[in-house]
Design a protein around this ligand. Structure first.
Ligand SMILES: [Zn+2]
Length: 287
């Protein structure tokens, strides 16, 4: 790990802007202050392994510089003409219908309707997922364990009602602005699609930045696409995705489309789908 990245990880740990924030009244929420006011990295709070993890939290309104809209990914994929899938809208993929496995949900693209719920959900080791994602995650868990990698599901589907209660609890405790730094607004969480899953290894780094350094994180980043899952909020892409790095938050796209995303060199699902960056909620909601 290079020095700037290590420093940024410490900064992220200090901010504790994890996408899957604890319930209000659980672990302390991250400070909403800009990073510059933090003189030293704070020790992360003790993990709350029994607490269910809400879906991804938004990035703070101020802090480390965000990726400029339209900027290129850090890696140069250089696919060459005709060398792989194009980045951009695919007429065969419905990005808007929550029932579509290709749906893109972010701070600019709430589920429509916002209280949408999957027609079917399947239990996988105590968490619910859409059937196609459940089947795929079972295969992924088995493959990881066969490789000797410890892995467990930390969080799966969360309903609109559950997310509403979680978000309202944060608003009541900290106010809307601070709530937005730790909890997704209802209707804006990818977990509500039933296609997102948070994984961990049970080592104490679940839903924490230190998960990045675990063999489990490396395994899912490498092998997840073969099972249809991609790391939805990659390192350094919060200016596009609206979320800080979450190596544990995986999104089911299906093996074919997940591999196409990887092969395309696109850094994010937004870029791959030809959608604009979604660093924050819309202007009307920003004030
Ligand atoms: Zn998540």
């Amino acid at each position: 790990m290079d020095v700037p990245r290590a420093g940024a990880l410490l900064l992220a740990a200090a901010l504790l802007v994890t996408g899957c924030a604890p319930e209000p009244g659980g672990a302390p929420p991250p400070s909403p202050e800009p990073a510059g006011t933090t003189s030293a990295p704070a020790a992360p709070p003790a993990p709350a392994p029994s607490a269910p993890a809400p879906p991804s939290a938004p990035a703070p309104p101020s802090g480390p510089a965000t990726t400029a809209p339209g900027s290129a990914p850090t890696a140069d994929p250089d696919p060459g003409p005709g060398a792989g899938p194009d980045v951009g809208p695919d007429p065969d993929v419905d990005l808007d219908d929550p029932a579509s496995p290709g749906v893109v949900v972010n701070k600019q693209r709430p589920l429509d309707p916002e209280d949408w719920a999957p027609a079917a959900l399947v239990d996988v080791e105590g968490e619910l997922l859409r059937p196609e994602a459940a089947s795929a995650v079972r295969g992924m868990l088995a493959a990881a364990r066969a490789d000797g990698v410890p892995i467990r599901i930390v969080s799966g589907y969360r309903s609109h009602a559950e997310q509403s209660a979680t978000y309202a609890g944060w608003v009541a405790q900290k106010g809307r602005e601070a709530a937005d730094t730790v909890s997704a607004r209802p209707g804006h969480s990818e977990h509500q699609t039933g296609l997102a899953v948070d994984v961990g290894d049970g080592s104490g780094c679940d839903l924490r930045v230190c998960f990045d350094a675990t063999p489990t994180a490396a395994w899912v980043a490498e092998h997840g696409p073969a099972h249809g899952f991609v790391v939805r909020y990659p390192w350094g892409e919060h200016g596009t995705t609206g979320y800080w790095y979450e190596p544990w938050h995986l999104r089911y796209l299906g093996p074919e489309r997940a591999q196409e995303l990887v092969d395309s060199g696109a850094a994010t699902l937004e870029e791959f789908s030809g959608l604009p960056p979604a660093p924050d909620y819309g202007p009307a909601a920003a004030g």
